[in-house]
Write a protein that binds this ligand. Structure first.
Ligand code: CP
Length: 317
């Protein structure tokens, strides 16, 4: 069993329920992972994913090995039949098989390069390990998806929405400005998760920032951010670079920054962001520091999202 996408979850409702049970009794399955090892391979930086996945594995009794592959590992080749006389020292065919001898689960973070859309959509690094590893693989944020984040967000929404007393929540995914080109992974997985929730779901962004139509499907897109925010119960904010002009920053429009004025348009909405976030660019201090901000709870729930995923994989091997 791999966990590569939110689509690998049969019932989000059941997984969220199980994650919340784990949150109440995090050490209940401490024996499940004894004598099992997980290897966390990071090709990009991380704070939350690294520490929460490590903590989740330890709460399941696993050994956890972490490798910053981009700095500490050999540069890997992924292509077939390549004459490796340039900068790449090792092929994923050997690396994945070797790591599979040391680890019972391999978890990988490998962001989009944002230069070649087809290459990113092919998930060369993640799928290279899936193809050649002989153990389960977990996606800790790949080119096009961040399913551990989306599962944590589902847990956070489920916990918080009791305050709405069975009202169907209005959840808005809002683009916000950012100085750098960022990947689409968090937004993609959040959309895929929201498409399976009982909610009114709206995506809002400036024209030109349309996400992959294969992901967006028939989800509602509203180009007027103020209109999208009307009556919203949750504002989930994320920057992403253009998909059409692939990897380009085509607007830094500060009128899209999440401010108190914007939040005043909502139904006392809770503010959500996966973190890290650039304050006073993506969101103003007053919003992220308000009591309606859920960002720290979201980060906490990363542990239980990872723990339910690892528990299910351990039960399957
Ligand atoms: N949200 C998230 O994945 O955080 P890190 O990049 O710090 O792991």
């Amino acid at each position: 069993m791999n966990y590569l996408s939110i689509k690998d979850i049969d019932s989000i409702e059941d997984w969220v329920k199980e994650a919340r049970e784990l949150k109440q009794a995090p050490l209940k399955y401490k024996q499940l992972g004894s004598d099992k090892t997980i290897g966390l391979l990071f090709f990009n930086p991380s704070l939350r994913t690294r520490l929460s996945t490590q903590k989740a594995s330890q709460q399941l009794g696993m050994n956890c090995m972490v490798m910053n592959f981009d700095k500490e590992g050999w540069a890997l080749e992924y292509g077939d039949g390549v004459i490796m006389d340039q900068g790449k020292s090792e092929h994923v065919k050997e690396a994945a098989k070797v790591i599979s001898q040391f680890c019972d689960i391999i978890a990988i973070r490998a962001f989009a390069g944002l230069e070649d859309k087809d290459l990113d959509k092919a998930e060369v690094v993640l799928n290279g390990f899936v193809k050649y590893a002989s153990v389960p693989v977990v996606n800790m944020e790949s080119s096009v998806g961040h399913p551990l984040q989306a599962l944590a967000d589902a847990i956070t929404l489920q916990e918080d929405k009791v305050r709405l007393n069975d009202k169907k929540p209005k959840v808005v995914l809002s683009w916000a400005p950012h100085p750098k080109a960022l990947p689409h992974a968090v937004a993609n997985s959040f959309i895929e998760m929201m498409q399976r929730q009982e909610a009114e779901f709206v995506i809002t962004h400036p024209e030109g920032y349309e996400l992959d139509p294969e992901v967006v499907g028939d989800s509602t897109v509203e180009y007027d951010q103020n209109k999208a925010f009307e009556g919203a119960d949750y504002i989930y904010t994320k920057n992403w670079s253009s998909f059409r002009e692939y990897g380009k920053v085509i607007s830094k429009d500060v009128s899209w920054t999440i401010s108190e004025e914007k939040m005043a348009l909502t139904n006392e909405a809770r503010f959500m962001h996966c973190l890290p976030v650039r304050r006073n660019v993506v969101v103003n201090d007053a919003v992220i520091e308000s009591e309606n901000s859920l960002v720290i709870k979201q980060a906490d729930n990363r542990t239980y999202a990872a723990q339910v995923v690892l528990k299910k994989i351990l039960e399957s091997i």
